[in-house]
Ligand binder design. Structure first.
Ligand code: 4AD
Ligand code: MG
Length: 433
């Protein structure tokens, strides 16, 4: 018995192979049965012809129910009508497990809540299955990009003594003896320590934000990639972001064609991103454009979802919005030498309504200025002693950014809501399964 997998079947043309998988659909008439099979690597059709198999095999096939686990043996045949290009001419079938109850997810339309209540089963279905395969490819591409450029992977802690990205969305955790800690909003501060030790580092891990709003762009728990580089300035930081995003998009185009097809994603949109050359606007220019399009903002206001969507819709590539008001952004950002009211930072805004994908900046490297900022932001100075040490001993200009994995994936796969792109989403309205 030669075990194969659906993704390798094309290499097994005319051979007899066995697929270990599950039944996702069945149609049968008196003489022929069509089995839709899935094995984790793909979906394939099995054809059982009554005259060509033992009577017992055909009878057992007719009794199969959805999500039966089966070992199916047959000949690999060309099938030009299917995207896969092959089908299985089934000769024998071994039933491993027959579902105890009727499988709840059927081809009819189910509501989002129904499906996410059954997320553990729903991920077996074509669209979610394709999305999470793309997630895997994107994660791998991200690691490869940094490895090829000599970055060290550097893991930041998840229990934190302080806030990094403001105090309004912090999860507080009770530890022993009434001590408290916070769940990490960002690994950046630790990555900065890493950059001073290794030059180029990146973190890759879960981050937490207590977002009370129920938007399609916010999760309570999401994954972030945060590179940090010593001696890198704001300009070089933006170039790194552009190279990184283009690389990831090209990898998905190269390696996840079947999945993108299943999702019916417009790939010309992805190719345009993979080609680079992201437009750049200053914050002031962005405000002007918003006013021209009937969404005026006061200088110093943050962009909301409608503003990001509008700006993103003006281009077919992601856009950098740089040089934000100092008052609007985090305490650690480096001001311009000739204009302390603005900081050397950029947000990368995706087209097609996906909003902010990346936040990045040059960091303050001067000890006194950083200390002053921590005080101005009413942050507990004791908790930042170690962070200030990085400016006491061999301080250098340095920069970095944070890219949200789920925001990036929603954009690549073209889905509406972030819950679709993580195996088990954590939201205000969902903790189960
Ligand atoms: O812009 P943010 O808050 O930046 C930071 O955390 C910096 N410390 C990064 C750095 O410079 N190292 O978050 C970065 C990205 C956002 O652009 C967005 O893609 C994502 O994280 N993000 C979220 N994704 C899903 N759900 C949420 N609630 C998110 N909040 C931020
Ligand atoms: Mg941000």
């Amino acid at each position: 018995m030669k075990i194969s997998t659906v993704d390798k079947l094309k290499e097994n043309l005319s051979e007899i192979v066995t697929i270990e998988g599950w039944l996702t659909g069945i149609r049968s008439s008196g003489k022929i049965a069509f089995l839709q099979l899935r094995d984790g690597t793909g979906f394939v059709q099995g054809v059982v012809v009554k005259n060509e198999v033992d009577e017992a095999v055909f009878e057992s096939v007719k009794k199969l129910t959805l999500e039966s686990s089966v070992r199916v043996t047959g000949e690999v045949r060309e099938d030009t009508r299917s995207k896969l290009g092959v089908e299985l001419g089934v000769s024998t079938l071994e039933l491993i497990h027959s579902p105890i109850d009727e499988y709840p997810i059927t081809p009819k339309e189910h509501g989002v809540d129904f499906l996410f209540e059954r997320r553990h089963l729903y991920m077996r279905h074509k669209k979610p299955w394709a999305i999470l395969r793309i997630r895997d490819e994107v994660e791998r591409a991200m690691h490869d990009f940094f490895a090829e450029r000599g970055f060290i992977r550097f893991d930041a802690p998840l229990f934190m003594p302080t806030a990094v990205e403001g105090t309004s969305n912090l999860f507080e955790i009770n530890l022993f003896d009434e001590d408290s800690a916070y769940l990490s909003q960002s690994g950046q501060l630790y990555a900065e320590a890493g950059a001073m030790a290794y030059g180029k580092v990146y973190t890759f891990g879960p981050t937490f934000r207590a977002e009370k709003s129920k938007t399609r762009r916010h999760l309570l728990e999401f994954w972030m990639i945060e590179p940090e580089v010593a001696y890198m300035n704001h300009e070089e930081n933006m170039q790194l972001q552009e190279d990184f995003v283009s690389y990831v998009f090209q990898r998905v185009l190269d390696n996840r064609q079947i999945e993108l097809d299943l999702l019916e994603r417009d790939q010309s949109k992805l190719q345009s991103v993979a080609d680079g050359n992201f437009p750049r606007l200053t914050y002031d220019e962005a405000l002007k454009k918003l006013a021209e399009h009937g969404e005026p903002l006061e200088w110093g206001d943050d962009l909301g979802a409608p503003h990001e969507t509008l700006l993103g819709s003006l281009y077919d590539k992601p856009i950098f919005i740089e040089a934000w008001p100092t008052q609007t952004k985090a305490f650690y950002m480096q001001p311009y030498d000739d204009d302390p009211t603005r900081v050397k930072c950029a947000d990368l805004i995706a087209p097609e309504g996906y909003g902010e994908i990346i936040g990045g900046s040059e960091r303050i490297h001067d000890y006194d200025l950083l200390k002053q900022r921590i005080e101005e932001h009413n942050l507990p100075i004791e908790a930042f002693e170690w962070y200030l040490d990085l400016r006491k001993y061999g301080s250098v200009p340095h920069s970095g950014f944070g890219i949200g994995l789920e925001r990036t994936l929603a954009w690549i796969t073209g889905v509406h809501h972030l819950r679709e792109v993580i195996p088990f989403p954590r939201m205000l309205t969902r903790m189960y399964p």
